[in-house]
Every structure is written in C-alpha cells, then in structure tokens.
Design a protein around this ligand. Structure first.
Ligand SMILES: [Zn+2]
Length: 135
C-alpha cells in the first residue's frame, strides 16, 4: 500500500496537467509506504507524447538525495496525456523495479484525471492500493 498526502497528489496532478500533451514523470520517496518526498523528473524521451524516459543525471541526483535522507524509492509516476490509466505494453516491458508502486495519471478525460496504482512483476501488472491521506 502507498500512502500519499492529498497535497502531494495535487502537486503530481498539476505537473501532469502542465506537461500536457507530453508525459510527466517523477519519483516518490519515503518510508514504511508513506510518501515523504515528491521528486518531479524531466522527461527526455524522443517521443514524450507517448513515452517517458527520466533524465539520467536527475535520476542519479534523486537517488543520492533519497539515500542521504534514508528514504526508499516507493513509487514511480507518469502521466498518460491521452491514454488509459493502466500500464502500456512499454510500461510493462520497461519496468525495472518489482518492489515499487507505479502510479499512472490518465488525462484522457482532462477535467477528471484518473490515478491508478500498480505493481509490475515478471511482465505482469497488478493493481496496488493507493491511499490518499489528508495529513
Ligand atoms: Zn505509460
């Protein structure tokens, strides 16, 4: 289960909206399943409308920051500007972290973004529990 504060969720949703029509992406760090840090990342994919690739230098800096603060990588999020809220075949093929939660923000209905949570293991995506908390 991933515990995410409402204001952090709103931050991620705003990033997804601001990045439209490109995919937004980022990392969530924390401990005991509770997110303590939202780290937006630059999407350097050649085709950012349908893919996301995190900037490797930013990724390294984020991992160092997490380690310095004793945070675990809890989740990886990205948006689907026009696609559904389940992982794409590419998302499944390029998921390298079996222990993290993958959050997908679908903006297919732009005034009503949909957020879903997944674990992806052995080429298989399964729903994960995302709990949004107010404090
Ligand atoms: Zn995707």
């Amino acid at each position: 289960m991933l515990l995410l504060q409402e204001d952090m969720l709103q931050f991620v949703l705003a990033q997804a909206r601001d990045s439209y029509p490109y995919e937004a992406c980022g990392l969530l760090g924390g401990s005991d399943g509770r997110v303590l840090k939202v780290q937006p990342m630059r999407n350097i994919a050649d085709d950012p409308r349908t893919r996301y690739v995190m900037d490797p230098e930013e990724l390294l800096a984020a991992f160092q920051d997490f380690e310095a603060n004793d945070w675990d990588l809890l989740a990886i999020y990205h948006s689907h500007p026009a696609g559904p809220s389940h992982p794409s075949e590419t998302d499944i093929a390029e998921s390298y972290y079996p222990d993290v939660v993958y959050l997908i923000i679908s903006l297919a209905v732009r005034h009503a973004p949909k957020v879903t949570a997944w674990t992806i293991r052995d080429g298989q995506a399964s729903p994960a529990v995302l709990q949004v908390i107010t404090s």
